[in-house]
Write a protein that binds this ligand. Structure first.
Ligand code: ZN
Length: 156
């Protein structure tokens, strides 16, 4: 027989496989089931969009071995993307980024997440920039302009 445990949040008796592992806890599992944990994370992210952005970035920094020294207070949180001028959205659902979602741009990527190296810009601008250098972006912009002009010519 498989072992079960009752989730104190939803009060449902569930199989152990419905809980995440958590080293250091009494039974080696988290107390809340998957679903309740996921739900509480989403609620927290919706209520604390800025902290959630930093929290996710902290995870990326750790993975990449980059410095992370950010707090909500050391960053500027503009209402509009300083690159594209579009209004920024804070607190979009995780994994559902759209053009206007606020994102953290590392000015010089390898310097990591420090107050002087991070700016808040739209996800759109950030994804266009990617890890490109300024001179590369200029070349891409020139190319895109040329293509548009040629497209116009052809349409005439
Ligand atoms: Zn539950």
């Amino acid at each position: 027989m498989s072992k079960t445990k009752t989730c104190p949040k939803c009060k449902v008796d569930q199989l152990y496989e419905f809980f995440h592992r958590k080293s250091g806890s009494k039974d080696g599992m988290q107390s809340w089931c998957h679903e309740c944990t996921r739900e509480s994370v989403l609620v927290w992210q919706r209520k604390n969009p800025r902290k959630a952005l930093l929290h996710n970035a902290k995870g990326r920094a750790k993975k990449a071995g980059l410095p992370f020294e950010l707090t909500v207070h050391v960053l500027n949180w503009p209402s509009h993307c300083p690159v594209l001028g579009i209004p920024l959205i804070y607190g979009g659902e995780r994994g559902r980024q759209h053009a206007q979602s606020a994102s953290l741009d590392r000015v010089i990527p390898h310097l990591g997440y420090t107050a002087t190296n991070v700016r808040v810009i739209s996800w759109r601008a950030n994804s266009i920039k990617g890890d490109a250098e300024a001179y590369e972006l200029h070349k891409v912009a020139e190319y895109a302009t040329r293509c548009e002009e040629e497209g116009d010519e052809g349409g005439k």
